[in-house]
Ligand binder design. Structure first.
Ligand code: SF4
Ligand code: SF4
Length: 101
């Protein structure tokens, strides 16, 4: 969200995702190299389960996530299954998803 001067003010969703991102990036390098999740991650089932905060895109250690516009032009993450190593970082950083469960 931008104010009248054009400065970006993070939404509460963005702030909590940034906190989760900082927690996860603080994890040890050893943990980052270990697969934590075996299944292919499902970040959202419909657009209402994702606020497009970019946290998963930013935290992915393999650059497996692209932000792709939906039919309204809003960006949502898409995972390249061939590149994803199922580490689970994207799921763990998603604070928006935690609010739904
Ligand atoms: S899936 Fe979660 S972390 Fe990724 S953009 Fe959507 S709300 Fe943010
Ligand atoms: S599981 Fe890991 S490698 Fe796969 S998209 Fe998520 S963060 Fe990237």
């Amino acid at each position: 969200m931008r104010d009248a001067q054009g400065s970006h003010t993070p939404s509460s969703c963005e702030v909590s995702s940034i906190r989760r991102f900082e927690e996860i990036t603080d994890s040890t390098a050893k943990e980052a190299e270990q697969p934590l999740e075996k299944e292919f991650p499902i970040l959202y089932k419909n657009d209402s389960e994702c606020c497009g905060c970019n946290a998963c895109y930013t935290v992915c250690p393999k650059d497996a996530i692209s932000m792709v516009p939906n039919r309204h032009g809003f960006l949502y993450p898409r995972i390249d299954e061939a590149v994803c190593v199922r580490c689970g970082r994207c799921l763990r950083v998603c604070n928006f998803k935690k609010r739904l469960t």
